[in-house]
Structure formats: structure tokens, C-alpha cells
Design a protein around this ligand. Sequence first.
Ligand code: GLY
Length: 391
Amino acid sequence: MQTRESLLSCETISGQQVEEALGKAVSLVEKNVEEFTDCFPDSNSCGNFYPRSENVEWTTGFWTGEIWLAYEETGKEKLRRAGEIQVESFLERITSRIDVEHHDMGFLYSPSCVAAWKLTQNEKAKKAALMAADNLMGRFCEKGQFFQAWGPVGAPDNYRLIIDCLLNMPLLFWASETTGEEKYAEKAKAHIQTAMKYMLRPDCSTYHTYFFEPESGKAVRGVTHQGNRDGLAWARGQAWGIYGSAMAYRYIRSGEYVDIFEKVTSYFLQHLPQNLIPYWDFDFDDGSSEPRDSSSAAIAACGMLEMAKYLPEEKSLYYTGMAKRLLLALWKNCAVLSGDESNGLLLHGTYARASAGNPCQNRGVDECNTWGDYYYLEGLIRARRDWKSYW
Ligand code: GLY
């Protein structure tokens, strides 16, 4: 547990440390691109090395996003070419409908194809990202006003939203901006409104998933899927809440999302252990032998740096400072320093941890994961300059 004072006594990452960490991370991406251009790293590493994967699951866009971030940093043609090859794969994936029957179109297509469009005006990337947005629109449930995360649309055993989906919404706002068609933004706003209404508990922890009744759309109950047990906060879910509410504010500019951002962030920060690398669930604290989830800290840092752009000076400095504390903790405790150690960027993530209170199998426990790598790199870049978001 942390207090405001104990948090403020932690060091922030200095400008020089940001340069060092960023230089290291970008050089590792350049090395890893030799292995992963015609294929993708799997969602998580095994023994800190990612196996190769086809373009499947919800996570491949993060690797392509790392390539685009490294391209922005270096301007190197070989990175641009690798990004373009991966964009072709994303176009093929949505055209052939390979593993796209779920809501994670934003996680897949924002850091890969929206990024490629924004940076290089790649028409195939624009086409693929718009197709992905249309695919996501097909998952909107009028009864309940939300995007259904998983399973066949309307299936009663899966009629729910999940907090992670807040990060899929920027794809829809981008689709509206790009096509001039309001329908994408309208559905995104409706989903955000529903999610924000139900995801926050009175103690400012968040539900991971929330069920609705298919016939009436009535909200039924919140349950965890990847957390340790119902009623408590899965660390990554809370982090999605931080970045998700910052993104909601970015696109909707409603003061209620600032309020939610401050509440979920405060809960996250208070529940950090001493070294600021969260355990995978906030059920655990210093002294526990449970694994950490470094990716949660990386996501939270990006969310705070995004929100800091819109806040009055005092609050902006506070959240920027907190994000820089998390980034220093990641650099000191989790950063990969050599390609001999890992082909990722960030150690000590947890994809899924089995417990009596969830249906998960252990997966990627104390390993790198692609989103942890991506958000760590995005966070370092955000700490250095006013970065033009892919989201
Ligand atoms: N969006 C799935 C996860 O965070 O594991």
C-alpha cells in the first residue's frame, strides 16, 4: 500500500534515464525485427523469448506498433519496410476474417494500421483499419448499449462488456474522423457511457467484466475473468480503466471522465507495492510470492501522460510525476538490457494467472508480453516529447 507521501518520495525518471532506456528499447526492436517481419511474436514469451506466431489473437498489433514507434525515433527505412509488410498481413487478416470474431479491433488495428496511415499515409493500412472498425460495429448490442467482447453476438452466456474495450474505442473515433460518418463515434460514445456507468465500484476499484440481460438490456452483475476473485481489482483491468478514461476524455471532453480517471488512478497508485511494480491482482501486496504484472504499470503510465495533457498545471504535474515514477521502476526492475536475455523489452508481466476465483489457466506468468513491451516504449516516448497518438 502507498500513501501520497510515500509515492511522492519515490524517484522519477530523469531526462537522461529516459534517453538511455529509449535508446536501449529502440535498439532491441531493431534487433528483433530481423526475427519478426514476416511473422509476429506470440502474445507472451516462454522463458523470456517469444516464439513466432501467425497474425492471430488480440496482441499482434502491439509488435507492429513497436516497429512504428522505433521508425518514428530513428527514421530508418528498414523499419518502415517491416511495418509495411506487417500492414499487408493485417489487411489479409481482416479481408479473410482470420480470428476477428471478437471486439479487439482497436488493440489490433490502432498501433499497426492507424499508425501506418498517420505516419506514412499508407492506403492499405487505412482500408484495413476501416474494415476493422466496421467489423467492431457489428458487435454493438442495442439492448444494453455496449460492444460485446467475446463469443457470438447475443449469446446469453457472454452478453457482457469488459473494461479493456475502452482501448478499442479510439479506432471508432478515428473511423468517424476519417470517413466523416458519425455512426462510429456515436456507438463508441454509447459504449463508453455504459462502461463508465457500471465499471466503477464505490471504493474506486473496477469490475473486469459486466453482464447484461439480452432481452431487456438491464445491467445484471460484474464478475472478474482474469482477476484473482470477484469484488477486487485485477491490476491490468484497473490500468485499462486509467488509460481508457483518459482516452474517453480525449474524445468526448466530459468532466465526468476526469473524475473517473482520478478515482481509478488513485486506487491503482495506493495499491502499488514498494517497488511500484504491481502484483497481477491488487489482492496481493509486499511479501506475497505471487507474480507481478509489469504491463499494468506501463499502461497506467501512458494513461496518466495522456490525461496530463488536458489537466490544470498542478494536476498535470502530479500525474506526469507519477507516470515518471512508474517508468523509472520499470527501467530499473523490468527492462531487458540485452538481446541475450530476451527478445522482448519488458520482463515480469503476467498474461493470465489461474486462481480459484477465475476460469483462467496460467499463461505467460512472469514473462514478457507484447502489450507490456509496446506501452513501455510508448510511455518512454511520451515522457520525452508531445507524441502524436496512434490511438
Ligand atoms: N485485453 C486482455 C488482457 O488485458 O489480457
